[in-house]
Design a protein. Sequence first.
Length: 263
Amino acid sequence: MTHADIDFGQLYRTHMAAAGGREKPPEEWDARAEAMGRMVGESRYVDDFIGRMDCSGCTSLLDVGCGTGAIALALAPRLQRVLGLDYSQGMLDVMMRNARALGLDNVTPIRRAWEDDWSDVPACDIVTASRSTTVMDMADALARLDAKAKKRVYLTSLIGGRFIDADVAELLGHARPALPDYIYIVNILYRMGRYPRLDYLENDNRLAGTQDFDEFVRKVAFSLGEIDDAGRARLRQWYDADPERARRGGAPFRWAFISWDTR
Ligand SMILES: C[S@@+](CC[C@H](N)C(=O)[O-])C[C@H]1O[C@@H](n2cnc3c(N)ncnc32)[C@H](O)[C@@H]1O
């Protein structure tokens, strides 16, 4: 068997299913929209992402899974046209409110899921997908990004495939296998005949920056579901054992930053 015999798209889907990956309904993201703009460590991540982009010769951007517009709004001042695509109306509403507050009139929301028909989504010079690549079918997602990019694609993918510190997850009996991560993306792009560039970013994880234990529990519950009394007690112990670690939410996120040219 050689590398050429491996269908990395299929391998990704199999891994995702085995790890219990599931598509969240958009309402779950709606509920997070207000809080997302206030995330700790946010500006460093955005600076690190944008600092690695080459926008020369580009006037338009399609930001997929744009959320509240962390990347789209930061780039809008230097572009003519910015499209933010997301399936959460709550996220799009906050993005547009932020765009108005910044005096940006070149940002357009597109309410759409990764899996929907994109035939009417305009192609743009640059396509980004920042922290929004936890999809069930990666080969399909990459083909979509590639097809909509006239020049370049930039995305981030979590390294290690865990959105929650492994120790915290284990305390709540969620010691599931990690989700498939960036290494599939590199291999699928290779098979697509693209030449992916690879870099790495680090930032605070999803549980970072909480003010107190209750807020911490709410953040854990968003990712892992309802927490019973026994789980809450174990979390309390973990939280109190090292308050500084608890404020960081455990281990930091490490992102693979992947880009490629489409022509
Ligand atoms: C972690 S947020 C990232 C937001 C933004 N790109 C950033 O870096 O701050 C993930 C976003 O992907 C969106 N999303 C999740 N699943 C999606 C799907 N199937 N189709 C479209 N958007 C999706 C969510 O609504 C959310 O806004």
